[in-house]
Design a binder for this molecule. Sequence first.
Ligand code: SF4
Length: 72
Amino acid sequence: MKIWVNGDCDGFARCVTLAPEVFTTPDEPDFRTTVIRPEVDEHGEEELAARVIAAIQQCPKRAIRTDLDVSF
Ligand code: SF4
């Protein structure tokens, strides 16, 4: 799955708590999260992919995007 964050991100890092291997946020809360792992193998890295999907579903701004069909 490919992962990216759009400009709606508020930078308060719920996604970083769930999947720090994939997301990182600067100290200043005004700044957008950066995706440090833009691709996760949802077949070979199932546990990580599940946490990324949880982050997508729990993002308060719906700012995390993926090419995977994720339900809400
Ligand atoms: S959970 Fe969503 S809004 Fe919050 S930092 Fe992550 S991408 Fe941004």
